[in-house]
Design a binder for this molecule. Structure first.
Ligand SMILES: Cc1ncc(C[n+]2csc(CCOP(=O)(O)OP(=O)(O)O)c2C)c(N)n1
Ligand SMILES: [Mg+2]
Length: 593
């Protein structure tokens, strides 16, 4: 080289400038030799790099962070093993429509196909980005430095628009270090790409309002699309005006406060009798921002959650592919939930200024709730130890402020929470819906707390789920994040143990040695927490839980509460197709006895 150096910044520095302009505050990730140029640029930036000990922690934390901030989160990954470690969290975000931009380092361009250190290359050269193709909205491999600006812009744009989701920007490491002039980044500066969201026309809105007004037993059925579109207020206004009872999917939990007089509850496998029966008997289902997924629809079997055809479906969703896929649909509308509900509210008031009241229905809902709570009361106040899951949930609700953020995992903490834990602030429950990823909740709480430092954040998780990523404690302690992890510890992969027991009469490979009270060689989660520098307490009586929760909230310190719990399945009135695969000739159910 003659010593002449191109004026300008490296691509890594341009990327960090770009992220700053987008007001990114945190990047989640883990280092490797392919991405240290980006880390060096981040070191000079007000953006905080959140270092984790396993890339899955980064992608789950980023997922939860995006759910709370309502903006695309950013993950920085190393190549190959870093990117595959990260994949579970990215796929989890994808299935729940969470916007995320993953930036990954890769092998240098001049070594494509030569099997350099850590190249993914058996079917194609330098092909690690293809691993992500089935679950990201788009995967880019950046092969020229001057394309970085527009690819980044497209990446954020695509992640956040339409049905949101993750995207991958895969960058050969030599490109990060290339010095380029700023013109390609300057060109996109004023191109905000802020889009007006698609709405509904008045004529279609009138058609929908009229159908719902004339229906005898209409039911609104809402999903996570309401929360993604921040349309809770508009939904409340519409259902109150039209007098519609509201059923919701797991992801739609909290779209309307659970104690609202019109809320029926969560549908599907773990739905209650009231919600499943109301949906079965509906003549019209007014579905918004939902995908009629298997778990929410009792495997689409008639007679358990929905009777469609039979009930007529009106379906509003931002993504055309969601409409009419699983059920025949009478009126389908591609629109943003908030925009569409605004129009529907105006049209409904024009057409029916007095609205509709269904006092008998509201009474029925109130009676069911009273009865359901009474039936659960014995368990909700039980002093049994190991604890009843119902009591753990009841005490936790009591201890938490209304706007506390809960992350769930997979197990009682998700299925039982969906069924019987009241969510009182929209968007305050973060749950792995589509992928049902065990291990999501504990690191998810880190993202939630970083996004909302002033709110109480609690991770409700099983012992199986907590055991997946305990090293997330290192990050939480380093950042002094006052999160509470409540481990519902039944010394088992309890949900699967319940299934296996019901079908095969045994628990092989699904429980851990010893018992919930005395795990034989199970890790002491409280000890693990203390070893990482967090607070850790193992409970020895049911009455200790409420004070322990209150103390943990007051302390503001990262705290693990290891709570021994009895291994009972979550009671259900729904149905799951696997029951017929395992026991076609038997009427197996998982109702706790
Ligand atoms: C990553 C992953 N592996 C396996 C499963 C299958 N699975 C669903 S629930 C469950 C058990 C969860 O155990 P735990 O966290 O202790 O909660 P519990 O069911 O005992 O309440 C398993 C293994 C999964 N959902 N995700
Ligand atoms: Mg368990």
């Amino acid at each position: 080289m003659d010593g002449a150096k191109l004026e300008g910044k490296t691509v890594a520095e341009h990327i960090v400038d770009f992220l700053e302009r987008r007001e990114v505050k945190h990047v989640f990730g883990l280092c490797g030799h392919t991405n240290i140029a980006v880390l060096a640029a981040l070191a000079e930036s007000p953006i905080d790099f959140v270092t984790v000990r396993h890339e899955q922690i980064a992608s789950h934390a980023a997922d939860a962070y995006a759910r709370v901030t309502d903006k695309a989160s950013v993950v920085l990954s190393h190549l190959s093993p870093g990117l595959t470690n990260c994949a579970t969290g990215v796929a989890n975000a994808a299935l729940d429509c969470i916007p995320m931009v993953v930036i990954a380092g890769d092998i240098p361009t001049h070594y494509y196909g030569k099997h350099p250190h850590q190249e993914v290359n058996l079917h194609a050269d330098a092909a690690q980005w293809e691993i992500y193709r089935p679950f990201v909205k788009r995967a880019w491999r950046v092969d020229r430095a001057d394309l970085m600006a527009e690819i980044l812009e497209k990446a954020f744009h695509l992640a956040e628009s339409g049905q949101p989701g993750p995207v991958l920007v895969n960058v050969p490491m030599d490109i990060f270090s290339e010095v380029i002039p700023s013109d390609s980044f300057d060109r996109i500066r004023d191109n905000t790409r802020a889009l007006k969201k698609p709405s509904i026309d008045d004529e279609s809105a009138r058609e929908i309002v009229e159908a719902l007004a004339k229906a005898e037993n209409p039911v609104a059925y809402v999903g996570g699309g309401i929360l993604l579109a921040q349309a809770s207020e508009e939904l409340r206004e519409f259902v109150e005006h039209m007098g519609l009872p509201v059923a919701h999917s797991l992801m739609g939990k909290g779209a309307l406060r659970d104690d609202h007089p019109l809320v029926l509850g969560m549908t599907g496998f773990w739905g209650t009798e009231l919600v499943n029966q109301s949906c079965l008997n509906a003549d019209y289902i007014f579905a918004v921002g939902t995908r009629f997924k298997e778990a929410d629809c009792s495997s689409w079997y008639p007679g358990y959650t929905f009777n469609i055809p039979g009930s007529k479906v009106i379906h509003i969703d931002i993504e055309p592919q969601e409409i009419g896929r699983n059920y025949p649909t009478e009126i389908g509308v591609v629109a943003d939930a908030k925009a569409a509900l605004r129009v529907l509210n105006r049209v409904a008031r024009e057409m029916y200024p007095d609205g509709f009241k269904r006092p008998a229905l509201e009474q029925k809902i109130a009676d069911f709730r009273t009865d359901f709570k009474a039936r659960n009361l014995e368990m909700a106040i039980s002093s049994a130890f190991p604890m009843m899951p119902e009591r753990i949930l009841a005490d936790t609700r009591k201890a938490l402020p209304e706007d506390a953020i809960i992350t769930t995992d997979v197990g009682w903490n998700k299925n039982g929470v969906g069924q019987q834990f009241d969510i009182l602030t929209p968007g305050s429950i973060l749950t792995p819906g589509g992928f049902a990823t065990m291990g999501f909740g504990p690191p998810g709480a880190i993202g939630a707390k970083l996004a909302a430092p002033d709110r109480v954040v609690l991770s409700l998780v099983g012992d199986g789920g907590f055991g997946q990523n305990p090293s997330m404690l290192a990050t939480a302690v380093e950042l002094d994040l006052g999160i509470i992890w409540l481990v519902m510890n039944n010394n088992a992969f309890g949900t699967i143990a319940g299934l296996q027991k019901a079908h095969y009469g045994l628990t092989y490979g699904t429980t851990f040695p010893g018992s919930a009270e005395a795990p034989a060689n199970g890790p002491g989660y409280a000890d693990i927490a203390r070893a990482y520098g967090a607070e850790g307490h193992r409970l020895s009586a049911a009455d200790e839980l409420l004070p322990a929760l209150e103390a943990a909230i007051a302390s503001g310190k990262p705290t693990v509460l290891d709570v021994p719990m009895i291994n009972n399945p979550t009671p259900t009135t729904g149905h799951w197709n696997i029951l017929d695969i395992y026991s076609p000739d038997k009427d197996v159910s998982h109702v706790a006895t």
